[in-house]
Design a protein around this ligand. Sequence first.
Ligand SMILES: *[C@@H]1O[C@H](CO)[C@@H](O)[C@H](O)[C@H]1NC(C)=O
Ligand SMILES: *[C@@H]1O[C@H](CO)[C@@H](O)[C@H](O)[C@H]1NC(C)=O
Length: 413
Amino acid sequence: MKDSIVLYSSPGIGHLICMVEFGRLLLHHYPSFTINILIITPPSSHTIPYIHRISTSTPSIIFINLPTISLPPSSTNHESGLPFDLIRLNNPNVHHALNTISLTSTIRALVIDFFCSPALDIASSLNISTYYFLPSGVAGLVVLLYFPIIHNTTTKSFKDLNTHLHFPGVPPIPPCDMPQAMLDRTSSTYKFFLDMATHMQKSKGIIVNTFETLEPTAIKAISDGICPSPPVYTIGPLIADNDQTGGDNDATKCLMWLDSQPSCSVIFLCFGSFGLFSPAQLKEIAVGLEKSGHRFLWVVRSPPPQDPDFDVLLPERFMERTKDRAWPLYAEQRMNRVFLMEMKLAIPMDEGKDGFVSAAEVEKRVRQMMDSEEGKALRDRVMVMRDAAKAAMSDGGSSCVALAELTESWMRD
Ligand SMILES: *[C@@H]1O[C@H](CO)[C@@H](O)[C@H](O)[C@H]1NC(C)=O
Ligand SMILES: *[C@@H]1O[C@H](CO)[C@@H](O)[C@H](O)[C@H]1NC(C)=O
């Protein structure tokens, strides 16, 4: 029988692309694997053409659509915008899919996106080795893994704490910069993250989309055992292949324009899948950018409901609540700001009390980044990390070695 690696992606094109790139990386080194990717349905209209392109270009990657389920009206998805219930309710489908795959191949490992944590129990009952997959870095992983320990030291919610939170190997984090889903101790999302952290400890290992040179202190906190963890494999950075994500006309035009600008002269603004701003905030950013006098390339999101990706998976109320909040952003982005500043790879934007960022602040920070000595040092450091990332992924590099260790352990079992 063929050796199969099953990947279980959480909804959201970003998570899927990262998982697919991991599958492609495995195939690059181990072409004999079959990669089965479990997809929660219905896939969004963004996702469908992407899946089609990957299936065509890489026949060893097989997508398996889990049957569509309907969410109960009381679903916590509606409060948090996170697909927890959807994933929990898919457990029987995952069970069925794993059984079906194992009729025709030997499942060497199941790799689950960290949001798909409930699937760990299913895989254990089937005696399948399960690994977690984190599309972000080890600093965030430390926070997750250490969270149950912090939880036991206090009876308060993070949102009610006044002191910074201390996790091993990462800078102190202001409680308000913790992911929103973890702020309120009584919420169902908080409980989900607590369960996730406990489950992760029971997995065979955690695969992280980062590389050693980028996060030495967080990685050391784990390897020294200060932060309890199963083995961690830093195999990144995985970067989406433009040809596969479907460089459309706009993307091609942007790249042509970029190529015609002086080297390192353009500011790129991108706020992620849910980075929506109020019209007033958009205008303020535009004014600040213009005053800075620098060239820029800015990804502006159209708000839902034009965007079916969020339409399917995220309740409108979530988008409504977040749309006026500016840079604070969502999910773990505030926490990432703390990490990136520590790495000296970022400068912060100061927000007003209501989360609004003024044009003057935008202008000041753009000038600081592009015109100051401090900004130059920071941009030089980014280039150093870019080269370190390339080295990590090349033959004999740390990420390449970690991947080899991981797959060798799969074939030994
Ligand atoms: C589970 O897997 C292990 C090692 O792969 C094997 O030794 C054990 O017999 C299996 N148990 C069951 C119940 O299949
Ligand atoms: C937290 O406390 C609970 C209840 O005493 C205990 O079961 C659990 O193991 C503790 N967790 C950690 C990570 O210390």
